[in-house]
Structures are given as C-alpha cells and as structure tokens.
Design a protein around this ligand. Structure first.
Ligand SMILES: [Zn+2]
Length: 290
C-alpha cells in the first residue's frame, strides 16, 4: 500500500496476505470476510499514519465492475462473486473507495508517469495470472462492462489447460508465473516457483528455458493479436514475473515480429516497467480522484 501525493509515492507499507490460499481453504462468504478484515486492518494502519488521506484507490485482480466497485469474478480467487469491495471497505473506513482492475490501475500509473511523451499504452502484468490494461487517447479504457483487456484469458491452445475463468487453454495458463510452474512440472515432474525456474534458466537448464520459451511465445502471440485490434505503439511489461524478462525477451520479440502484420513490424516499443509496484499504486490512487 502506498500513500500518493501528486505523482509521488510519499510512503509505502508492505503487508503479507495470501488471498489465494484463503479462497482455496474457506467457504466463499468466510473467505470474503477474511479478505475484507485483512485489507481494512492494513488500510487502518495507513490511515492512522496519514489521516489527511481523502480517498482510497484499489487495484484488485479479477473482473471488476468499475461502476459498482464490485469484484464480479476473480479466476485466481475462486468463490468470489459480486463481492462489494468498494462498498464494504467504504463502510468500514468511512472514506470513498474506488476499485479498478489491478492491471488497468498499473496501465494508468505508467501512462501518468510518461504522459508528456505518450497518449496510448498497453500494459501487461505478469503475476499469478496475466492482466492487461489499455490507455487510449489519454484515457483508461475499461470497456462497457469493465472487462476490457482480459488478455490472460485469450485462448492460445484449443482445449488446453483448464483455467480459473472456466475456459481452457487461456494464455495465462502458459505465460503467468503459475503457468511457467505448470509447464516446468509437466517437463520434469518437479514443483518449483517461477522465480526458481528463472534462476535455473539463467544457468542454462534446458527444461527451465523451455518453460519460459513457451511463456514468451504465448505472450507474444497474444500481444500480436491485440496490436492488430488496437494499434498502439507503447507496450509496458510489469508484475512480479517481469524480473524474468531477460530469459523471455529474445524469444518474445522474435515471435512478436513474426506474428505482427508486416506494416507494424519494427514499430512496437516493448519495455519493462521501471517503476515496479509504484505504477499500480499511483494509478489506483489517481483513479480514485478522477
Ligand atoms: Zn481463463
């Protein structure tokens, strides 16, 4: 959590909470009450240190209804349906709360940090899943229902791996941190997290490199599809797994160039976020005061 003034994060507090495990081990209602309690308590600590805070913006993973501030569904947090995150937190904290999809918040933060040079931007967040955010003509584009740019759920493998969204073969089942772990496990029988697999890939482990190559191809293929639809030049990669970008970049760029229409080749500026978590924090905060 960060406290934002203008475009600066003036304080940052880190809290550890494993919402995924809570959702996998509790009934839906109990899981939601626990997520709310943990989040509200952390926010209370921030507000105690910064009583002048006027509004709260939250970037949350999942399909967010931006008008109601509800979590309609979250593929990596099973059981949550129409959870009233903004309403419940606003009641608990007595402050206005705005909830947006985490990747859209990060996209907006990246845009605002570079607003002097760009008007349009695609953000791809590589984490437990793969999120996407789109800025068009200086505005965040959430779609009419709020579910635009759910790029992790673009199907790259017909009848492929089952996904938390209910479909099969979604891109994030191959290109996210959990996707890389699944690929590595299918190749070696070993269960490792993506960060460990990235270290093995850097040391030349063939299976680890294959897992990241598959991730890079799935991600590049998806981005090529998206660019044919929205024709945006600036693409920012963020999220926890973006640390592994050096082991993905070559295969990613080769696949992207090959899958783009020829007139777009060489025109796409792909970079890794230099602001880390701050883009999402700044974006969520600024969206709460728009
Ligand atoms: Zn999916």
């Amino acid at each position: 959590m960060g406290v934002v003034d203008g475009l600066a994060v003036i304080d940052e507090l880190r809290f550890a909470a494993d919402f995924s495990t809570i959702c996998h081990t509790h009934a839906a209602d109990a899981a939601w009450q626990q997520i709310l309690a943990v989040t509200a308590e952390a926010l209370r600590q921030v507000l105690q240190r910064h009583p002048a805070v006027t509004s709260i913006g939250i970037g949350f993973p999942g399909f967010i209804d931006p008008l109601r501030g509800t979590v309609a569904q979250s593929p990596n947090l099973p059981g949550l349906h129409d959870a009233d995150l903004a309403g419940d937190l606003a009641r608990l904290l007595q402050r206005p709360v705005v909830v947006e999809n985490d990747a859209l918040a990060a996209a907006y933060g990246e845009y605002r940090l570079h607003a002097d040079s760009i008007s349009d931007l695609i953000y791809m967040g590589l984490g437990t899943g793969v999120g996407g955010g789109l800025i068009v003509n200086h505005q965040p584009f959430a779609g009419q229902n709020g579910y635009a740019m759910e790029i992790g759920h673009i199907i790259v493998e017909t009848d492929g791996r089952p996904c938390g969204c209910g479909n099969r073969g979604c891109m994030e089942q191959y290109a996210s941190a959990s996707g890389v772990s699944l690929t590595y496990q299918s190749l070696t029988g070993k269960q490792l997290d993506a960060a460990s697999i990235a270290r093995s890939a850097e040391q030349g482990d063939g299976d680890a490199m294959r897992a990241f190559d598959l991730a890079a191809r799935a991600l590049a293929q998806t981005l090529a599809h998206i660019l044919k639809v929205v024709d945006v030049r600036t693409v920012v990669i963020g999220g926890g797994m973006s640390h592994a970008w050096p082991v993905m970049e070559t295969v990613f760029m080769q696949r992207l160039e090959r899958d783009l229409i020829p007139v777009l080749r060489g025109k796409i500026d792909v970079s890794v976020s230099s602001s880390g978590d701050h883009a999402g924090i700044i974006g969520a905060a600024l969206l709460s005061v728009r």
